[in-house]
Ligand binder design. Sequence first.
Ligand SMILES: O=C(O)CCC(=O)C(=O)O
Length: 287
Amino acid sequence: MPKLTEDQVAQYWRDGFLFPLRVMPEDAAINLRKKLEDIEVRYAARDIPHDVSQYLRTSPHIVLPFVSDLALDRAVLDAVEGILGPDLMIWGADFFIKEADSTKVVSWHQDLTYWGLGATSDQVTAWIALSDVSVASGCMRFVAGSHKQAIVPHNDTFDADNLLSRGQEIAVEVDEADATNIELSPGEMSLHHGLLFHASGPNTSKDRRIGLAIRFVNPNARQEVAERDYAMLARGVDRAGSFIHFAPPAREFDTASLSIYEEIREAQRAALAEGAIGELNTYTASM
Ligand SMILES: O=C(O)CCC(=O)C(=O)O
């Protein structure tokens, strides 16, 4: 994929998102889906500290080389560089998997609400489709221009049908008619700003809906809530040094990656849990 054009960059800053960007051929994405599903099967009964679905839902790039490879993919980084500049780090990643015929949804929210990074423009999410992502299968919906406001109040619903950690929902009216459906084919990607209003509906299709959200930051981003924070350097240099760097995993669930996984989850949980009155739901990938 060529780097973003000036028009695409302008569109991102105007709307708060950009799509569809093809970052790999469809068959490559389908192969990655097979790798993911193979891991789900192989580790279903293996002795790893948490259920494999937890590792997939939250920060799979720390423990699974195929995920860190994808997050560090040149085409992905080229696109993100157009938005955040040449120095890039991966702050987080999440698989969002909705099973066929699933009632699971994602309520309207702004990502930055509970990450402790403040209302920054130095963070962008790259969301890569590993299946068909359509209105029927519960694609994301974005409200153009909504990233231009600050973090608005959210209510925690802790709704069991909600894939978000606190079931958080924007407390102000969101006009559904203003939303754009972000339909993607396998191997296509969308980019969205951390303040953008977005949501996604149930999967009424006969196939799983699978996407990997990769949370990029540049060195201007700062952790303001947790005592310390971590990031994987993806490109360029981190002159600010606010994040503790860690390397991509050498092998699936190796000892070093399992150990750093716990350290990072513990540190980031402090920001994610701030002010929460219920138990966070960060540990289930497949719904
Ligand atoms: O995959 C989804 O439906 C929602 C993902 C999301 O909210 C995000 O990546 O920020």
